[in-house]
Design a protein around this ligand. Structure first.
Ligand code: SF4
Length: 332
């Protein structure tokens, strides 16, 4: 647990990539947490730092990436201070990760059974026979038909949806208390997407596993999550319970995201409004609010200083000067 009893907590996390053209500040002061049994959504456009934040926690950054500041606390341990061997026992065993594209995450030259049993033997120290039995059980739990037969097949013999089920099976086979799913349904069609999300929901309920769901899809967040963190340009723009973020957004970026997705409940047929402009260049992040260049409410102070996170109440926070008590009232 983190210092306040959270299962995972990040405090002021900063991660940069050191490239030949300079330092890219991919994660710039992110603080977030997840409690036991919770499902937390992390949403934002591509490049907003969602995946890099989680890869930082897992110690899986590419060579050019480095955590340069902040704390990552998991079950009372600082993950940044663990040695690689200790981190290996955390990964897979205590934190499972599901990646976006199962074809690049599964090894094409090993059978599905090999890949699941290898994880079980490494982390749970079980015999090959026990690992096999458990692997069949796990494949059945993610609704793979005829698991006794399919365990000896290779990834290319599975459809996209089935491969994603296998990835889920691998991620949960050691009963991790936290599952991080990075855009787990992006590559799938809508029907399979719904099945996979339903499966993840059931598994997290049944096993009381906490889930961090990284997605750009607000519909997925609405259906799956308890709380949500909205990320923009490597920072948390807004965080809170799903109902607050969807019904009472207090950051113009969140509002922009909500206006840019279709809502079947809207009575009037409104045109979808994409957020105009582009995210800032993280090689030279702006001095003030990262969203200022795209924000219709931007004020002088927004260009000069970075907005702090304002507490709106009941776990709802937004990093926008409009929430300052002296700010002009605007209707969002
Ligand atoms: Fe817009 Fe200013 Fe709020 Fe940033 S701080 S989102 S620029 S109003």
């Amino acid at each position: 647990m983190g210092k306040d009893g959270h299962l995972l907590e990040m405090r002021n996390l900063r991660t940069s990539f050191f490239t030949h053209v300079g330092e890219v500040k991919a994660v710039d002061g992110v603080s977030l947490y997840i409690d036991r049994g919770e499902t937390l959504g992390v949403v934002g456009e591509s490049g907003s730092g969602k995946s890099v934040t989680m890869l930082s926690a897992m110690g899986l950054l590419p060579e050019t990436g480095r955590v340069i500041g902040g704390e990552i606390l998991f079950s009372e341990r600082s993950l940044a201070r663990l040695r690689e061997r200790e981190m290996e026992t955390v990964r897979g065993n205590e934190i499972g990760m599901i990646f976006q594209d199962p074809m690049t995450s599964l090894n094409p030259v090993f059978t599905i059974g090999n890949q699941i049993t290898e994880t079980l033997i490494k982390h749970k120290r079980v015999t090959k026979a026990e690992a096999n039995r458990k692997a069949v059980e796990i494949l059945a739990s993610v609704m793979i038909p005829s698991p006794e037969k399919r365990i000896s097949q290779y990834p290319h013999e599975f459809s996209g949806g089935m491969r994603q089920r296998v990835m889920i099976a691998m991620a949960i086979c050691c009963d991790p208390c936290l599952l991080i799913a990075d855009e787990p349904t992006t590559a799938l069609d809508v029907t399979i997407q719904a099945q996979i999300l339903e499966l993840m929901k059931e598994l997290s309920r049944g096993r009381e596993t906490s889930v961090i769901l990284i997605t750009h899809d607000l519909g997925v967040v609405a259906g799956m999550c308890d709380r949500v963190n909205v990320m923009y340009a490597g920072q948390i723009a807004e965080s809170g319970a799903v109902r607050d973020i969807f019904h009472r957004p207090r950051h113009p970026y969140t509002l922009g995201l909500l206006k840019s997705v279709p809502n079947p409940n809207r009575i009037q047929k409104e045109r979808l409004a994409p957020i105009k402009g582009h995210p800032p260049d993280l090689l030279k992040p702006p001095k003030g609010c990262a969203f200022a260049a795209r924000c219709e409410y931007a004020m002088k102070i927004c260009l000069a200083s970075r907005p702090p996170s304002f507490e709106i109440g009941d776990g709802h926070n937004a990093a926008c000067f409009l929430n300052h008590p002296d700010a002009p009232r605007v209707s969002m």
